[in-house]
Write a protein that binds this ligand. Structure first.
Ligand code: TRP
Length: 333
């Protein structure tokens, strides 16, 4: 087997990816993809909240794969895995569920918050169980590192706990994986809400064309009302936060911040700058997306090969699990 340490991380196929995904996670994936052996998972078992819109899931599998290719993840070096094409995930989830107290899920802050979003609608059993499957995802390739958005850290803590218990009670099978959060753990939405998300309709997508981006930037929330020559609090202005997140000229952004806080700068100036920063950043991403988009067979082949690789290591791990749990019944006689 490969000498490199392994990464497992994933995204749910619910739509195209946005700037929050990029700064919160994808950047790390891109940076680490040569140093680690990477399994990038499209977690299609974990979208039970879309059970009334399965066609969206089906389409989003391709959207996510295209976005990954567009930002420069390399399917030659890494594995793009469709979760349900590795049904061992379901099996491992089931075994792990034996050893996980209900209370550990009930206390999980991310799960709690997400279940709250169902409102009056009932929560599917599979949704309540999804953190267990996420644990199974991470343990499956016996991953060492899990680069994710900040909201996923409770699931990694759960994974570490499960790995420790399994190793202690049965056999040393799983490394205790570390989480790694991106440069910008939580990007605010263009409307200033705490989180950029599809459901809040406040996202700039990696695949948005130049006109769409410029419209969204023009409509961005620019902090509490203020005259252009009136100083403001930089941490209350999403436009400035985006410049700090994406403008490669870090020194200039520091100047702008200083000037904003002492003398004031009009939001129009900031928006114009942000618009060109984003355009420059997204242009090559759009180009790569278009090139893969015109050859979907290549995308399909990347998913097929990646899922095959995911399956190979899964079968290996499940043999170790069966052995550790001593479940090889038919080998008795
Ligand atoms: N739950 C993650 C999210 O909503 C996606 C995910 C599924 C994941 N399995 C994973 C992330 C394993 C990291 C590791 O974003």
């Amino acid at each position: 087997m490969s000498e490199r340490k392994r990464i497992l991380t994933g995204i749910r196929p619910t739509g195209a990816l946005h700037l929050g995904h990029y700064a919160g996670a994808l950047e790390n994936w891109i940076r680490l993809q040569r140093e680690y052996e990477c399994y990038f998972l499209i977690a299609d078992y974990q979208v039970s909240d879309y059970s009334d819109d399965i066609s969206r899931v089906r389409e989003s599998v391709w959207e996510v794969a295209l976005d990954w290719l567009a930002v420069g993840l390399d399917p030659e070096g890494s594995h793009f895995v469709i979760e349900s094409l590795v049904p061992e995930h379901a099996e491992l989830t089931q075994w792990l569920g034996w050893f996980l107290p209900l209370g550990m899920l009930q206390r999980n802050p991310t799960l709690k918050a997400e279940m709250g979003e169902f409102g009056k609608k009932s929560v599917p059993v599979a949704f309540f169980n999804y953190p267990v499957m996420q644990v199974a995802n991470i343990l499956m390739p016996r991953a060492h590192l899990v680069p994710v958005g900040e909201d996923q850290l409770p699931h990694i803590e759960l994974t570490r706990e499960v790995a420790r218990r399994f190793n202690r009670d049965f056999k040393e099978v799983f490394p205790e994986p570390e989480g790694l959060v991106g440069r910008v753990p939580r990007l605010v939405g263009i409307d200033g809400q705490a989180k950029m998300s599809k459901s809040l309709n406040n996202a700039i997508y990696l695949k948005d064309d130049a006109d769409t981006v410029s419209q969204k930037v023009r409509a961005m929330f620019g902090g509490p009302p203020r005259a252009a020559d009136e100083p403001g609090n930089p941490d209350e202005n999403p436009i400035l936060m985006y410049l700090e997140a994406f403008d490669p000229d870090v020194d200039e952004v520091a100047n702008i911040r200083e000037q904003y806080a002492t003398k004031g700068i009009g939001n129009k100036v900031l928006k114009d700058r942000l618009n060109s920063v984003l355009d420059e950043m997204l242009e090559p991403i759009r180009d790569r997306r278009a090139s893969y988009g015109s050859n979907m067979r290549r995308v399909r082949d990347a998913l097929a090969a990646g899922s095959e690789a995911g399956r190979t290591i899964a079968i290996e791990t499940m043999e170790m699990v069966h052995d550790a749990l001593d479940l090889n019944y038919l080998e008795k006689y």
